[in-house]
Structures are given as structure tokens and as C-alpha cells.
Write a protein that binds this ligand. Structure first.
Ligand SMILES: Cc1cc2nc3c(=O)[nH]c(=O)nc-3n(C[C@H](O)[C@H](O)[C@H](O)COP(=O)(O)OP(=O)(O)OC[C@H]3O[C@@H](n4cnc5c(N)ncnc54)[C@H](O)[C@@H]3O)c2cc1C
Length: 409
């Protein structure tokens, strides 16, 4: 059984079913309706370095004063996650970032190809936009800071085209505003409807013989040699259970006595119609302001940066208010489509690596969550890795960096 039908769990279920295992994919709602619904849709195989704790004093002061468009926080929550933030700060030192880039590369390297394979089988290639993604930089300083990224990209053969403002506007004529530099990561693929993509992958799982069931993962318990969960179709027993609950993983793990130091970085989105005949061909990041404009079937999706707050705390979409005037200057956004913004929670470990491994102390229990800013990107590669481990095949990469054991839970 795979608990959680986000992009991660659904991709795992497809990979297990492809290996001839009998699979049930279980969620309390429809496939892809959790965090996987609302992302910016970018399959970022190009990612090298994870987002880092700010080292610039001006940026830190802006965040502290709650003026930053990139980061917001609920003050009391910071006390709860102080150890996590400290670990994140330490993991953001240059040597650690280089190490994270090395450890994560095998997953990113496979990201696009693994999506391509499942999407082709699922008939979902129509959701792919292969025009890469464009990152914009307003200052020479921010652009100059990319030197280590360009250096590693050249060594790893990750295609990118640095552009000036004119070059960027040739790609995206409707994009204006006071940016000075841009980078076109040409190999990235984006998705025009992440929900529909996950649903298509779930349908592929069903076509391979997998069962799609409704059920509450919190009912998971041991019953003899099996794991049992209560579903709409009655109790379901399985020898192996994979937990792919994204930000909700602790709801099941805490009662089992498995404590993992995961925090959430919340994020918002809302959709806008473009004004008149303006078009956006690919996702665009305003790097210094942390928001993305992504062309989706629903409209232009504006996604925000990071909010440190409890997963279930009421929404406080102040970042949308902060970035909207900037986004409107960057692209002619028209009418806002839905009045209430969508809120999601990126499940994150401080070392920016997911957990993809056996669970400690519980036979037949597997963990696959904590993909932070890259769950959409890494879902299918994670699916392959878990399926290879569960079925006893040779994993395509060394899974040790993603083992939950690194936290001594
Ligand atoms: C604003 C924003 C922008 C982002 N942009 C990108 C991007 O461009 N590219 C990228 O790669 N990533 C992006 N991400 C991150 C990405 O969306 C997440 O990492 C990813 O969706 C996590 O997938 P998941 O399958 O682990 O979790 P989820 O999609 O949350 O799936 C977990 C599932 O578990 C189910 N569940 C929870 N509790 C229970 C229960 N008790 N019983 C049964 N089922 C349960 C939920 O219903 C849900 O379907 C973004 C995230 C945000 C918030």
C-alpha cells in the first residue's frame, strides 16, 4: 500500500505496479489535491544548489521586519522551529551547499527523464511545456553570485543561457520591469496543470492494475505480519506500506514513535487572466523577490516564496500583497480569477534532502517525503528508487544520503 496520492505517492505506485506488484494507492481525497495541486509546475532537473539561509544583513533585516517579499513568518512559530532554523543555517554554508548539490544530483539528473517516461505511458505529455524556465535578476550583485552555479552547471553539462534584458525580452516580449540579467535554463520542463498530471499518473497506476482507494492513513497499524489501514472499501492489509504523505507524514509517524525533524515552508498561489493579448511562454522567477509567474491552464499562476508557520495555522497571505505590485510591473496581469488564495506546505528537512528509505524499527514500512521545493520535480525519480528498494532490485543511485537514519530517529 502507498499512503498519500500526491505526485510522490502516485509516482511510487506507478513504479511498483510496473514491477508487477499488487498495489493500493490510498488518500483521504483525490490524487494530486494536496501540495501537489498548487506548485509552480516546474520540473527543475537543472537545480544545483538548494535555497539557502540568507547571509546578507539587509535581507535578514527585511525579513525580521516582515517587509521581505521572499520570506514571511509567524513569530511564535519561530520558537518551535529554532533548532530546525539553526540546522538550516549551518547547512547553508558554501561547503555544505556544495555537498548537498553533490548528494542530490543523482535524483535531479533523472527528474525530467523519469517524468517523460510515465507521462508518455499515461498519455499526459500534453501537459508538458518544453521551453525551459527563465530566472530574472534585478541587480548585478545577485547575478554575480551565480558564479559557483554556472561553474558547476558547466562541469555537469546542465544547459543554460545567460541573457541581458533584451535577450530575455526576445523570449518573453510581455515581460518588462527593471531587471538587468536573466538566465534561461533550457532543459527544464514545466507543467501546465500539476493536478491533471498527477491524476493522469494515478490513472496509469489503475491501468496497470493498481487500486485507488479512499482512506485515512492515521488508521495505519500493525496486524500480524501486515500493515493494516481502514479504507472506504474495508480494511486493507499489505506486507509493505510506503508513507508518502508529504507535510502530513508526522500525523502517522509520531504515534509510531518515529520523530523526524521536518518543518514546512508554506506557500500561496492565485491565478490571473493576462491583460489583452499578453502571453507568457514559460515560468518566470523574479529571483530577488522569490515569486514565480507560471502559465497554467487556469491562467497565470503567481506563486509566493516561503512562509514559516505551523502547517495548519490560518492563512496569512501577506506575501501575495507584497509581490503583487512587483508582479504587475513585470507582466500585464489582468483580472484575478479566484478571490481566496491557495495555501500549500512544502515538507522540508534542514539539509534540503528528502527521506527516501526504510523506516527505522518498523519492518515493511517505507518513507518517501520531505521533497521541499522539488516534490513535483523529484516524484517520479523517487518512485523509481523506492520501487527498486521495495522489490529488491539494484537502486539506480546510492540511496544512503536520503536515509531517515541520518537523523537518529
Ligand atoms: C507555492 C509552491 C510552489 C512550488 N513549486 C514547485 C515547483 O515548481 N516544482 C517542484 O518540483 N515543486 C514545487 N513545489 C513543491 C511541491 O509542490 C511539493 O514538494 C510536492 O507537491 C510534495 O508532494 P507530495 O506527494 O510529497 O505531497 P502532497 O502532494 O501533499 O501529497 C500528500 C498526500 O497525502 C494525503 N494525506 C494527508 N493526510 C492523509 C491522511 N491522514 N490519510 C490519507 N491521505 C492523507 C493528502 O491528501 C495528499 O494528497 C512547490 C510548493 C509550493 C507550496
Amino acid at each position: 500500500m502507498v499512503l498519500g496520492a500526491g505526485i510522490v505517492g502516485t509516482s511510487i505506485a506507478v513504479h511498483l505496479a510496473k514491477r508487477g506488484l499488487s498495489v493500493a494507492l490510498i488518500d483521504r481525497q483525490g490524487a494530486g489535491e494536496g501540495t501537489s495541486y498548487g506548485n509552480a509546475g516546474i520540473i527543475e532537473g537543472n537545480t544545483i544548489f538548494p535555497p539557502a539561509f540568507p547571509s546578507n544583513l539587509v535581507e535578514l533585516a527585511q525579513i525580521a521586519l516582515k517587509r521581505s517579499p521572499v520570506v514571511n513568518y509567524h513569530t511564535w512559530h519561530l520558537l518551535h522551529i529554532a533548532p530546525w532554523l539553526d540546522a538550516f543555517r549551518i547547512a547553508s554554508r558554501p561547503a555544505q551547499l556544495r555537498e548537498t548539490a553533490r548528494l542530490m544530483r543523482p535524483l535531479f539528473e533523472r527528474a525530467v527523464a523519469e517524468h517523460e517516461t510515465i507521462a508518455a505511458e499515461a498519455g499526459a505529455e500534453g501537459y508538458f511545456n518544453r521551453r525551459g524556465w527563465l530566472k530574472l535578476y534585478r541587480t548585478d550583485q545577485a547575478f554575480a553570485a551565480l558564479a559557483p552555479e554556472f561553474d558547476l552547471a558547466a562541469r555537469l553539462g546542465i544547459a543554460n543561457v545567460p541573457l541581458d534584458r533584451t535577450g530575455a525580452q526576445k523570449l518573453e516580449p510581455a515581460v518588462t520591469g527593471d531587471f538587468r540579467h536573466a538566465v534561461h535554463w533550457t532543459g527544464a520542463v514545466s507543467v501546465t496543470n500539476p493536478l491533471a498530471l498527477t491524476r493522469a499518473y494515478a490513472a496509469r497506476c489503475a491501468a496497470l492494475g493498481g487500486m485507488l482507494l479512499t482512506g485515512d492513513a492515521r488508521s495505519l497499524h500493525r496486524r500480524g505480519p501486515h500493515w493494516r489501514v481502514e479504507t472506504g472499501a474495508g480494511p486493507l492489509d499489505a506486507r509493505e506500506a510506503v508513507l508518502a504523505l508529504g507535510p502530513w507524514a508526522p500525523d502517522v509517524l509520531d504515534p509510531l514513535g518515529i520523530k523526524l525533524p521536518m518543518a514546512v515552508k508554506r506557500g500561496y498561489h492565485c491565478h490571473f487572466r493576462p491583460q489583452e493579448s499578453a502571453t507568457l511562454s514559460r515560468p518566470v522567477l523574479d529571483a530577488e523577490n522569490g515569486y514565480v509567474l507560471a502559465p497554467m491552464e487556469q491562467g497565470i499562476r503567481l506563486t509566493t516564496g516561503v512562509e514559516f508557520a505551523a502547517r495548519d495555522a490560518p492563512p496569512t497571505p501577506v506575501q501575495l500583497d507584497r509581490v503583487l505590485p512587483l508582479a504587475q510591473k513585470l507582466f500585464p496581469l489582468g483580472e484575478r480569477i479566484e478571490p481566496i488564495p491557495w495555501l500549500g506546505a512544502r515538507p522540508c528537512f534542514a539539509d534540503s534532502r528528502p527521506v527516501i528509505s526504510r523506516a527505522p524499527r518498523h519492518d515493511g514500512l517505507w518513507l518517501a517525503f520531505g521533497h521541499a521545493h522539488w516534490g513535483l520535480t523529484l516524484g517520479p525519480a523517487t518512485g523509481r528508487l523506492i520501487a527498486e528498494m521495495v522489490s529488491g532490485a539494484t537502486p539506480f543511485c546510492d540511496p544512503a544520503p536520503y536515509n531517515a537514519a541520518r537523523f537518529n530517529p
